[in-house]
Design a protein around this ligand. Sequence first.
Ligand code: SF4
Length: 414
Amino acid sequence: MSRRDDKGIGRRDFLKTAGLIGVGSVITAAKVNAADANGQNVPAAQPPIQKVPKRKLGKTGVEVPILSLGFGRPGEQAVLRQSLDWGVNHWDTSLAAANGASEQSIGDFIAKNPDRRKDIFLVTKENKSKTPDDLGKCLQTSLKQLNTNYIDLYFGVYMVNDMVRLTDDVKNWAQNAKKQGVIKHFGFTTHENMPQCLMAASKLDWIDAIMMKYDFRLMQDKQMQDAIDACHKAGIGLIAMKTQAMRQRNASTDPNAEADKKMLAHFLEKGFTEGQAKIKAVMDDQRISTVCSSMTSTTMLMTNIAAALDKTKLAAEDMDVLRQYAQATCSGYCAGCAHICEPAALGVPVGDIMRALMYHDSYGDIAQAKAVFAEIPADVKQRLLSVDYSVAEHVCPNRMQIGKLIADAAAKLA
Ligand code: SF4
């Protein structure tokens, strides 16, 4: 039965938006508001129904939409215009994404729509800076590519897996950049050892926001919960990424295919796609300011906007389904706890390799997968297949078949 919340879109529209029962009214409204192929304004024949709700980004005080646009791969220019129409004005990119093409794509939009720059909360990231000078160069390149003279949130340390990179030099650089007005807020991103990084960051008064891997699986992790609590209490804005928590699967021999079907059937019955349910599970966590999702097409954008607009909270039984699914399928999911397995893996960066494999197998982003794999030092690559991973597999809390997966990654990405 269709239902309509006071201000939310109706469940029937929600289903339609997800493309489950045809092209719905929400999609139709969105299409008439789209930009043309060059990202330039096209007069809207019909206004969007409503804007995505907002939450404060910690102590920055800035209100950001609970859904933010990940634009790590340059997508349709129409996505940029349309996201603004629906209030999704938190745009996330990075210097290195698609060899700069992602930032340039946003920069093209800003060049054609300079009046909209003030409406965008623009977020980007450094790339492999070793010194404050490097950081300054990264920032200047980003400003140029993005056609702007300031970044709203700068992740000046990208992919932190321990805290050694958050030095006083970096702190001084961040404070100077803020004084100059070239960045408004400063933070870091983390895909590995997130609880440890977050807990340590909660004690630093110069970190405004953190973008971290967080999903319905990591919600079961007490350390992660404690670290999120600590950051939230410290006023650090929290941005969740990789919320789909994709797992490795082999279609022909997948022992968990039934678990997938059961979970999917449960949420379809409730009117959610699998992806929408996973996003909502994170959005329902009020400590998380926004969920950053990679959206390169208007269809992806509208499906996620539908999830953000739907005001129905997942019920306890829905969360139980996700919890049971997480337990049943954990052996295919790398939780990023590299401090556990890597000491037993003789210098092999297991976490990075699992992430590369995820980009390849789950996201179909071959370029990103190869780029991550290419970072592995040549001497380590040479011995990837000869290392005994049995101890690493034994200590892995998810009992991942690390040796097999690394061989798979080497075959696909070397
Ligand atoms: S392989 Fe296992 S121990 Fe290593 S990072 Fe992934 S989940 Fe953690």
